[in-house]
Ligand binder design. Structure first.
Ligand code: NAD
Length: 331
């Protein structure tokens, strides 16, 4: 049996991994800690680690993992912005990911955020529980006839585009690698930002997409634009977003990710003082809906994630080619 240190483990992970790992010759030991340079020592005696979106796989952590004998990292997610692939290669650590598990789960969550915000069901929910049946302040907006801008037309972006097209929206898309003939109209990024009533982010976080939506981009947006981010927090300059929420330029924001989420999301910090004032102020607005990086969290996606992660590790230890391997030098 190969021992795998499973960082940032939650009960919902164990349901599927416990079922699949013994058959693949893997013995998982679950750690609630996030992987950081300080917790890397917990991977001692493990041949591989299994890591998630907010685990730190940077320049400091990787040499420590190598020192403790870790030969592989199995990411149980698609994004890999938290991994320094060059350093991993330097220390001979192989890195695998789950490139696709359930694009529908993420796209449906983006749609859930959108419809909640346009119909204010989050506010209606709390009102009616208090026996307040007034409709004052709950006027919504139709998606039908609106222009939805999709940034990134990969697996999730395309799903989301099809969903809002089904609601009667016109979709404009931007992607440096457009998929012609896929039923969306591609325009330049600046034009998309200018035209969109709803802007939804579905591109990866890379050095070139960091703060893709910065102050200039916010200034160019339509008044009252609805912003959705189910990709990665640092695609948006959060302070600029807050300023434009306050000014009314941004009509609503649905955020499943946040650029400083690493120490907050997935944790219960309800009894603690939260020092991040940008997040505090965003959370206090009625037209901002924050979910805790949960767009992936469906039964179907969890099962698919566990299947691919376990299979990646099984193949690695069997000396087989792992199609889902990441190599340094990728964009
Ligand atoms: P994908 O690789 O299939 O698609 C990403 C698309 O973005 C590609 O078409 C690519 O060409 C495009 N792209 C790259 N750079 C761009 C840029 N500068 N501007 C516009 N488009 C650009 O990925 P996917 O499976 O569709 O996932 C999209 C993103 O969703 C991932 O990068 C990940 O960060 C995020 N994600 C979030 C969750 C969650 O739980 N919130 C879960 C899974 C994935």
């Amino acid at each position: 049996m190969e021992r795998i240190a499973f960082f940032d483990a939650r009960s919902y992970d164990r349901t599927y991994f416990d079922r699949l790992s013994p058959g693949a010759g893997l013995e998982l030991f679950y750690l609630e800690n996030k992987l950081t340079p300080d917790t890397a020592v917990l991977a001692q005696n493990a041949s591989a680690v299994c890591a998630f979106v907010n685990d730190d796989l940077g320049k400091e952590t990787l040499p420590l993992l190598a020192k403790y004998g870790v030969r592989a990292i199995a990411l149980r997610c698609a994004g890999y912005n938290n991994v320094d692939l060059k350093t991993a290669a330097k220390y001979g650590i192989r890195v695998f990911r789950v490139p696709a598990y359930s694009p529908a789960s993420v796209a449906e969550h983006a749609l859930a955020l959108l419809l909640t915000l346009t119909r204010q069901t989050h506010r209606a929910f709390t009102r009616t529980r208090e026996r307040n049946f007034s409709l004052e302040g709950l006027v919504g907006t139709n998606i039908e006839g609106k222009c939805v801008g999709v940034i990134g037309t990969g697996k999730v972006g395309m799903r989301f585009a099809a969903m809002v097209q089904g609601l009667g929206a016109k979709v404009y898309a931007y992607d440096p690698k457009p998929v012609w003939g896929a039923g969306v109209e591609y325009v330049g990024l600046n034009e998309l930002i200018r035209q969109a009533d709803v802007l939804s982010l579905h591109c990866p976080l890379t050095p070139s997409t960091y703060h893709l939506l910065n102050r200039d981009a916010f200034c160019a947006m339509k008044d009252g634009v609805i912003l959705l981010n189910t990709s990665r927090g640092a695609l948006i300059d959060s302070e600029a977003l807050l300023d434009h929420i306050k000014s009314g330029k941004v009509g609503a924001a649905g955020l499943d990710v946040y650029e400083e989420e690493a120490d907050i999301f997935y944790e219960d910090v309800s009894g603690k003082v939260m020092r991040d004032d940008t997040l505090n102020l965003l959370l206090s607005q009625p037209n901002v809906l924050v979910t805790s990086h949960q767009a992936f969290l469906t039964k179907e996606a969890l099962e698919a994630i566990a299947k691919t992660t376990v299979e990646n590790l099984r193949k690695f230890f069997a000396g087989e080619t792992v199609e889902n391997e990441l190599t340094a030098g990728r964009p």
